[in-house]
Design a protein around this ligand. Structure first.
Ligand code: HDE
Length: 726
């Protein structure tokens, strides 16, 4: 049984010190009982500082088996990183269904609302190496392993509902194109280079996914604020053998939010572990991230009702046509105990299904069914990776597979084949009775062909629907995303081909993208003349879909949002306290940021302890910034370049900014003064003289306005941001 079932509270981990479980194990042992350092054979090691030498100044002796064992093991500590999705962060949790889904599927874990199914979830970037930064522009993997009573079910999805290519045979080409270029291994974790856009521009089927990848979806604010998608069409099959097509969705309780591109790039340098840290710290603090599992169910008779092909992974099913039903929830409540043993060694596989869930003939999915076992064999060193604790089913499993590298299971007896009569023929019988996995008996009678269905030919309609569905700011961000990436492409012909393709999505988009690229006007006809272009547009019944925009659905919670409070000597801590308390009561988390660690003296001579400095926790680590009252404090901060930069940068990244009393001095560079009514969107200028606020209502009102501004996530509509020096 895996440890996932242990209650979260008793297993909470502490940053930096491994896990509490280990401390609990050691507590209460006498010095004699404490485990001693030994070799792998259990031999006690009395000296872990000195190797065996011929004399204190002499050469090291080959005889030193303790040294050799230690160094040899160290030499082999690394395993190959994943060929894609190498950088990941994971957590344990559970899933529970809201009501029985037996009408649609017999999957056991989707039957009983009282049943909690343990899960292990790994989020990842795709292109970068294990040590690359979290906030790069990339797709995010969203893999869930459900440890069900019928065996492990893996839902191995992404945070974008469509994929770049339609057929698995193009996957190695796609990944070779996006990975660092083979001659000089640059750039790391970035698609902004020639080979990626060369491939993309020659493969118009990538267009829909490119629109998502250039949007803020590829820059999540937090792993906790991302949607997840199964991407492919799967099948649900019920106990009567009836099937529905199903699309899977994960909907985050905290809403779906992105970073600003400039911010994402800065975070990549300031804190490359930004997402990993955020996930870890939230769970550690008891702020357990939560998603609802959604399904779009499509009866078999509707398979051809949409114009596009349900088997085409470059298409989504608009929520307006088939609503997403929320059928259960997933909570992540425990950090891993050991990164390598869990996050690194976990082996997902879209082919790990349970009775009641089956595949469709999506040619991308079909290729994945081969790839994942194959890659684990190479990555985890053999065919027995299912025995690693993180991969082991919680239900018993028996078969006659045997031996192999790193085998852990000790199988007994004479029989290792089926059928057998020895041993009374009793070992692991296949009885053909009800239960177990049955493939849906879909009727097929096709010729053997190496071709694509013409129903996959439309590469632009849904790209256009996606673009139409975005807010004005989101459209701007997409334009900026394309411009940034294509500006890094050295080959003009590639830039030209790409803007020509974009003209088939939206002419204005293509023209705007082309402006700074030094290429000709987007040529609609040239794109249409190239290989790979298909002149097919399906009749879409919708032109836009609200579900595709993040801005339209900003959900308004400030839970776990991070607020920086800038202080130095002379801060008015008395007026700050009720404001801070109210912000935290709303669910946001505040940190005191000062020029140095230690404490600063408030105006009433109280000590205010700093959590971090302007330099170690810059504005990009936060969602909002508060500059409290206090003349001496505000004047000193206004002379401090790091403090001014902090506020300007937060403003430029469209975050909520609040100044109280004299704190407004920090906004002087922006020309913002004490007139609250003249403040730009998301800037709260509280000019009430709040020194020594006996009047808590004033403080609470300030906090309320500020919290409302934070809840909007970002104030993208601020004027003249290009002029802000940050
Ligand atoms: Fe993957 N993918 N993939 N992929 N994929 C892997 O398996 C592959 C695809 C996805 O957190 C690899 O264990 C092929 C789509 C995630 O450990 C590998 C094709 C989607 C993860 C592999 C695809 C994904 C992987 C590398 C085209 C979204 C990380 C390491 C046919 C639905 C899992 C590994 C984790 C990982 C192959 C396309 C998602 C090489 C051949 C589409 C989230 O097997």
């Amino acid at each position: 049984m895996i440890a996932t079932t242990k209650p979260a509270s008793s297993r909470r981990s502490k940053p930096g010190d491994g896990s509490q479980a280990k401390q609990e194990q050691l507590a209460g042992l006498t010095a004699d009982q404490l485990p001693k350092l030994t070799t792998n054979q259990g031999l006690r090691i009395p000296d872990n500082h000195n190797s065996l030498k011929a004399g204190v100044r002499g050469p090291t002796l080959l005889e030193d088996f303790i040294l050799r064992e230690k160094i040899t093991h160290f030499d082999h500590e690394r395993i190959p990183e994943r060929v894609v999705h190498a950088r990941g962060s994971a957590a344990h949790g559970y899933f529970e269904v809201y009501k029985s889904m037996s009408q649609f599927t017999c999957a056991d874990f989707l039957q009983d609302p009282d049943q909690k199914t343990p899960v292990f979830v790994r989020f990842s970037t795709v292109a970068g190496s294990r040590g690359s930064a979290d906030t790069v522009r990339d797709v995010r993997g969203f893999s869930v392993k459900f440890y069900t009573r019928e065996g492990n079910y893996d839902l191995v999805g992404n945070n974008i509902p469509v994929f770049f290519i339609q057929d698995a045979i193009k996957f190695p080409d796609l990944i070779h194109a996006v990975k660092p270029e083979p001659h000089h291994e640059m750039p790391q974790a970035a698609s902004a280079h020639d080979t990626f856009w060369d491939f993309a521009s020659l493969m118009p089927e990538t267009t829909h996914m490119l629109m998502w990848a250039m949007s803020d979806r590829a820059l999540p604010r937090s792993l906790r604020m991302m949607e997840g998608f199964g991407v492919h069409t799967f099948r649900f099959v019920n106990a009567r053998g009836e099937s529905h097509f199903v699309k899977f969705h994960w909907k985050p309780k905290l809403g779906v939010h992105g970073l600003a591109w400039d911010e994402a790039q800065k975070i990549a340098g300031k804190d490359p572990d930004f997402h990993r840290r955020d996930l870890w710290e939230s769970i550690d603090a008891g702020d357990f991230p939560e998603w609802e599992l959604g399904v779009q169910l499509i009866p078999p008779e509707k398979e051809h009702a949409f114009g596009f092909d349900l088997l085409d992974p470059t298409k989504l099913v608009p929520e307006e046509l088939v609503p997403v039903q929320r059928i259960g929830r997933m909570v992540l409540n425990r950090n891993p105990d050991n990164f390598f043993a869990e996050t690194e060694q976990v082996a997902f596989h879209p082919g790990h299904v349970v009775p009641g869930i089956d595949f469709s003939n999506d040619p991308l999915l079909q290729g994945r069914l081969f790839s994942y076992t194959d890659t684990q064999i190479s990555r985890l060193g053999g065919a027995n990776f299912h025995e690693l604790p993180i991969n082991k089913s919680v239900c018993p499993f028996h078969n006659f597979q045997r031996d192999g590298m790193h085998r852990q299971t000790l199988t007994r007896g004479q029989v290792a084949y089926e059928p057998h009569s020895l041993n009374d023929g009793k070992e692991f019988r296949v009885d053909g009775a009800d239960g177990g996995f049955q493939s849906f008996p879909e009727e097929i009678d096709p010729p053997k062909v190496r071709r694509r269905s013409p129903s996959f030919d439309d590469h632009f309609t849904q790209a256009r629907i996606f673009f139409n569905s975005q807010s004005a700011t989101e459209k701007e961000h997409i334009v900026a995303g394309f411009r940034f990436e294509l500006s890094k492409v050295a080959t003009p012909a590639v830039r030209q081909r790409m803007v020509d393709n974009l003209a088939h999505v939206d002419e204005k988009l293509a023209r705007r993208v082309a402006e700074p690229l030094g290429v000709g006007a987007p040529d609609f006809k040239a794109a249409a003349g190239r290989a790979g272009y298909r002149d097919h547009r399906y009749e879409s019944s919708i032109e836009e879909s609200a579900a595709l925009s993040m801005a339209v659905r900003a959900e308004g919670s400030v839970k776990t949002r991070k607020v920086a409070i800038l202080v130095t000597d002379g801060v008015d801590s008395a007026s700050l306290k009720p404001i801070r308390d109210a912000i935290e009561a709303a669910g946001a988390r505040c940190k005191i940021i000062a020029p140095r660690l230690g404490s600063v003296a408030s105006v009433s001579k109280r000590q205010v302890e700093a959590d971090a400095t302007f330099v170690t926790m810059p504005s990009v680590m936060f969602d909002a910034v508060l500059v409290p009252a206090g003349a001496q404090c505000a004047e000193a901060l206004a002379q401090n370049g790091d403090a001014v930069h902090f506020v300007l940068e937060a403003y430029k990244h469209c975050k909520a900014v609040c100044t109280v009393g004299e704190g407004v001095l920090l906004l002087a560079t922006l020309g913002i003064g004490p007139d609250a009514n003249a403040a730009p969107p998301g800037v709260i200028v509280a000019d009430t003289p709040v020194t020594n606020l006996g009047d808590a209502t004033a403080a609470i009102q300030i906090a309320k306005d500020f919290v409302a501004a934070i809840a909007r996530h970002r104030h993208w509509d601020r004027p003249n941001l290009g002029a802000v020096p940050a």
